[in-house]
Design a binder for this molecule. Structure first.
Ligand code: SF4
Length: 66
């Protein structure tokens, strides 16, 4: 299991993570990305998607602690 977080202060709202891993990330009403409720701890395919999104984030706002 790995813990996923988004730093909303760093997020520039380009929606790349929500498009890459929609099961793990969603856009909030404030335009920032958030981890979907219940997906703070991920493994398997969800973790792979979260890693992909983190790598694609242009400002490194996504952290994954494994
Ligand atoms: S990819 Fe990064 S900058 Fe873009 S919405 Fe997600 S967290 Fe924010």
């Amino acid at each position: 299991m790995a813990h996923v977080e988004v730093d909303q202060d760093t997020c520039i709202s380009d929606q790349v993570c929500a498009a890459t891993a929609p099961d793990v990330f969603e856009m909030g009403a404030d335009g920032k990305a958030y981890v979907v409720d219940g997906m703070e701890e991920v493994e398997g395919a969800d973790l792979e998607m979260a890693r992909e999104a983190a790598a694609a984030c242009p400002v490194d706002a996504i952290s994954i602690d494994e």
